[in-house]
Unconditional design. Sequence first.
Length: 116
Amino acid sequence: MRRVYAILGYASLVLAVFGAILPLLPTVPFVILAAFFFAKGNPALERRLLEHPTLGPHIIAWREKGAISRKGKVFALITFAGSAIIGFVTLQPPVAYIPALAALIGGTWVATRPTV
């Protein structure tokens, strides 16, 4: 089972990398998910994520308080809004409403999390 968790951890990291490039796909939630899977499948990799100077504080804040940094919230909300605008400009209704709906749901959830 440890191997399955390790594979899921690596898959989550790959999605996090894609999230750094694609506007509607988040990055930090996949890193947090990777840390969760690595805790069960490869504790050494979990420790590396927790000790990472950029990613570690986000993982720890989420684990301890369910919190997102103010900078992370602002970036996420701007990205959600940008994705919705791109959807309205490039897609035809009713499909154009899907990115806006995803942005509204995701943005509301992000905005209501505690702030670090």
